[in-house]
Design a protein around this ligand. Structure first.
Ligand code: HEC
Ligand code: HEC
Length: 302
């Protein structure tokens, strides 16, 4: 009898410990995720607590924890779901505006909900933003029009179209909880592998054949498994991915899909090789630049 009591209380203790363990990990998991791979930012991550310090030294509440599309409140759920579908099956839901064999999700994994790659979680808190390179201020609608023209080698849907508007609702939903204009460490892609040399195209060809061809096809035109890297069905020469810098960082960090492992040198070389292959030429389909009527420099506006 004594033995029975003893083993019973042991079982109860074990159960209690198990429950505590589970709740402990649930509670800490966003913190753990948050401390992974924040190398791209200028912020420092305190690994002990996972909290991020801004440049001003105050703690930020930037936590990577995007809500699922289907958890959106009833009043926006259908728009959010449509936005997610446009991201993941772009040709099916926005075919008129797509000129290649890509979906947004091929570069923004899981429709931008993944922390890797080119995450869009928190993007609604980053825009509208001044884009120095083009010298205009863009909101997410203008930014997204550019993606259709360049990355999708298609046409820009109108700002008041359902496609752009559903994407806006979707961006907002997956950005829930991110403070406006706060630094979001996982956004963007750090633009340089910091190799002080030009790519070696011949070495890059070998990397392509040895590593990439099995998924992206011997001719780089894509297969059932993976989208095209060049050729008439790929992104055009105005796309962000057409920059050797961006392509090499993307490839180094995220390719081969699910098991990245190239050296920086291999990534740079293969980027150079792909860059030398033919692809469609960018043609603007909407005013690419907002006309500046009032110069920002005047009257102390700046
Ligand atoms: C071929 C790869 C590729 C495809 C396909 C693609 N994008 Fe992008 N996208 C990029 C890159 C690269 C950037 C970053 C550009 C930069 O900062 O230089 C970007 C940036 C963005 C941004 C701004 C993100 C930020 O942090 O500022 C948005 C929004 C976006 N893309 C939406 C889309 C949508 C919507 C689609 C589909 C209609 C799409 N993209 C298709 C590669 C792609
Ligand atoms: C195991 C298969 C696999 C291998 C090997 C692989 N990729 Fe990919 N790659 C993919 C898949 C799948 C996607 C689309 C991801 C998605 O939609 O979630 C992709 C997307 C891409 C993209 C963005 C979309 C596009 O087509 O422009 C680039 C760029 C890319 N890969 C480059 C490379 C390079 C360079 C190599 C070789 C170093 C490589 N990949 C090796 C499977 C692979």
């Amino acid at each position: 009898m004594k033995k029975l009591y003893f083993s019973l209380s042991l079982v109860v203790l074990l159960l209690l410990f198990g429950a505590w363990l589970v709740s402990f990990f649930q509670w800490t998991s966003p913190t753990i995720q948050n401390s992974i791979n924040t190398t791209a930012s200028s912020e420092t991550v305190n690994n002990a607590t996972g909290s991020i310090q801004s440049d001003q030294g105050r703690p930020l509440s930037v936590v990577f924890n995007p809500p699922a599309p289907e958890d959106a409140p009833a009043k926006i759920r259908e728009e959010v779901m449509l936005g997610y579908k446009i991201m993941t099956e772009t040709k099916k839901y926005a075919g008129e505006y797509v000129g290649d064999n890509l979906s947004c999700t091929n570069c923004h994994f899981d429709g931008g909900r993944a922390r890797e790659t080119l995450s869009l979680v928190g993007v609604a808190a980053k825009y509208p933003a001044y884009r120095g390179r083009r010298a205009y201020t863009a909101d997410l609608g203008l930014r997204t029009q550019g993606c259709f023209e360049r990355s999708m080698n298609g046409k820009a849907p109108a700002l008041d179209s359902q496609i752009i508007q559903s994407l806006m609702v979707y961006y907002h939903w997956i950005s829930k909880g991110i403070p406006i204009y706060e630094n979001v460490p996982w956004l963007g892609i750090d633009h340089d592998l910091k190799l002080k040399r030009k790519p070696d195209v011949i070495a890059g060809k070998k990397v392509f054949q040895d590593v990439c061809a099995r998924c992206h096809g011997n001719n780089g035109h894509g297969t059932e498994i993976a989208p095209p890297l060049w050729g008439e069905h790929s992104f055009n020469d105005g796309a962000g991915m057409n920059r050797v810098r961006t392509f090499s960082v993307f490839t180094w960090r995220f390719m081969p899909k699910s098991s990245p492992g190239l050296s920086k040198d291999q990534a740079l070389d293969v980027a150079g090789y792909v860059h030398a292959q033919p692809r469609p030429h960018f043609v603007a389909t909407h005013p690419n630049k907002i006309k500046r009527i009032i110069p920002l420099e005047e009257e102390g506006v700046r």
